[in-house]
Design a binder for this molecule. Sequence first.
Ligand SMILES: Cc1cc2nc3c(=O)[nH]c(=O)nc-3n(C[C@H](O)[C@H](O)[C@H](O)COP(=O)(O)OP(=O)(O)OC[C@H]3O[C@@H](n4cnc5c(N)ncnc54)[C@H](O)[C@@H]3O)c2cc1C
Ligand SMILES: *[C@@H]1O[C@H](CO)[C@@H](O)[C@H](O)[C@H]1NC(C)=O
Ligand SMILES: *[C@@H]1O[C@H](CO)[C@@H](O)[C@H](O)[C@H]1NC(C)=O
Ligand SMILES: *[C@@H]1O[C@H](CO)[C@@H](O)[C@H](O)[C@H]1NC(C)=O
Length: 550
Amino acid sequence: MGSSSLLDYLSILSLLRLVILLLFLNFSTSLATPSTELTYGHFLHCLVKQTNSADEVSNIVYTQANPSYTSVLRAYIRNARFNTSSTPKPIIIVTALTKFHVQATVICAKSTGILLKIRSGGHDYEGLSYTSIEKPFVVLDMFNFRKINIDIHNEIAYVQAGATLGEFYYRISEKSKVHGFPAGACPTVGVGGHISGGGYGIMLRKYGLTIDHLIDAEIVDANGKLLNRKSMGEDLFWAISGGGGASFGVIISYTVKLVRVPEKVTGFRVQKTLEENATDLVLQWQKVAPYIDDRLFLMVILKPVNSNVNKGQKTISALISGLFLGGADEVVPILDKKFPLLGVKKENCTEMSWIESVPWWFGFPSGTPLEVLLNRDLDSANFFKRKSDYVQKPISRDGFESIWKKMIELGNIGLFFSPYGGRMSEIPADATPFPHRAGNLFEIQYFVDWFQPGEALEEFYLAQSRSLYSYLTPFVSKNPRSALQNYRDLDIGINHHDRNSYKEGKVYGLKYFNNNFYRLVKIKTAADPEDFFWHEQSIPTLPRNGGDKR
Ligand SMILES: Cc1cc2nc3c(=O)[nH]c(=O)nc-3n(C[C@H](O)[C@H](O)[C@H](O)COP(=O)(O)OP(=O)(O)OC[C@H]3O[C@@H](n4cnc5c(N)ncnc54)[C@H](O)[C@@H]3O)c2cc1C
Ligand SMILES: *[C@@H]1O[C@H](CO)[C@@H](O)[C@H](O)[C@H]1NC(C)=O
Ligand SMILES: *[C@@H]1O[C@H](CO)[C@@H](O)[C@H](O)[C@H]1NC(C)=O
Ligand SMILES: *[C@@H]1O[C@H](CO)[C@@H](O)[C@H](O)[C@H]1NC(C)=O
């Protein structure tokens, strides 16, 4: 990913001319207006002025004509839907190497009126970190910010936005076998988007969310200032603890409190189909999973599969994946007593260290070296769509049976059920922007994956997800129908960056944040009154007439 050495020899002026020329060659005709070329020329000129070095700028700037542009862009695309020739692409990618580069990028994008998207791990379900409905735009890519410092003595860690969760877990385990961190299950997820957007994983019933363990943060705000918790103040710090970083600034790092984990944890999986009374299993799960010992996380994965019993017909497979923070001797009697239908015996359990449970949970074959957690070199992904919901009242047997029927009829869409309760019910709903605490039995994630490009195919699968979502309306939370912000879903609303911004933002904002939305809007209005940090689902500023009365 080196930069073109040719550029190193060019003066500022010829650099600009070259860039303008290259932009011109790469713009589609509709965008190739002299004014956009000039804007990008001004942006680059500003960067050169800020850094006082054309060399430095050419090292971190990738225009569409740079031979490495495509590989840089692709390196952190995690949904093949946004990896097509028609996907809107950034005019420029800035791969900042220093905090000052981040400040300069913000200052220059703001002063030249350029839309900036921020990317860390690239896992946004809707690709919002590297695509845009507003064209043209620049991506500030944070993958070079991956410093991790673990201070085991004080049980704290400093982790930069571009580090992955896998790297973070691995570095913790190098220092201690009895410490861990309660964040997401997927090792390649980036810290920048994950933590600022909430973040949860398999320890959530014991330790709550990632954002329940934040001590400090470094951000670059809308004025290009580098701030920490003290200098940004408690309001802004609260906002970037789950309100989504990209509405408020560029996250450079978080400092977090580590948690204790036992030397031994226990995993198990049980799978049943409808013919094996999966419905009974799920009904018992619903009664047990949100209330059982908070060291136990019992996730259900439901999907339509071919029936082995009734040939040529479909059934539903219910897979229960469990992790217990403790040994098999302790968990088997707990399950025997509370969840007998699961039928887990000691021989069905896998005991391992906490760090080994990370690849185990994610489905790597046992014996996979832990270094797999350090792998960020993927450049491959499925096409997929996700949606989310919250269940607050138990679903009846009839209810589940009708849902299975609908899933079988649709054929391709599955559901994850993640139980809440435990620590999640103890933390007040306004302690952080994340509002889905007490009163939620479990969270649903809808999932559908496909493997070929094409609009018709995409529409086919998207329609399935919308159909099941609509079907589940009577079973899930209402007023608002809640959603999990880190499971980005543009179906629930888009902000078009115009005078309706507040009205549009309120629609998804209430779903993601409930009444915390109003505090987020106030903080946003104070921190970024010009709405520089806009994206399709960002927190809007208050309209000048004051908006509604909250
Ligand atoms: C395979 C997979 C598994 C997942 N598993 C889990 C899970 O177990 N638990 C869970 O809670 N979530 C999970 N997620 C969702 C994940 O937490 C979110 O997609 C998260 O936002 C990804 O962060 P990122 O940095 O990788 O993504 P990006 O796409 O880089 O960013 C996501 C959002 O955050 C913004 N952003 C990124 N970096 C910064 C920054 N430095 N400063 C300001 N804003 C920034 C982006 O602009 C974008 O709006 C999963 C996602 C995938 C694809
Ligand atoms: C399913 O439940 C029925 C009724 O309780 C029982 O008779 C049957 O044996 C069960 N089937 C399996 C495979 O467990
Ligand atoms: C537990 O293991 C035994 C022995 O391998 C097996 O027969 C049984 O089906 C397993 N039970 C579950 C719930 O997986
Ligand atoms: C993007 O597309 C390219 C070329 O079609 C392919 O090689 C690459 O693996 C894809 N990456 C992702 C993340 O889908």
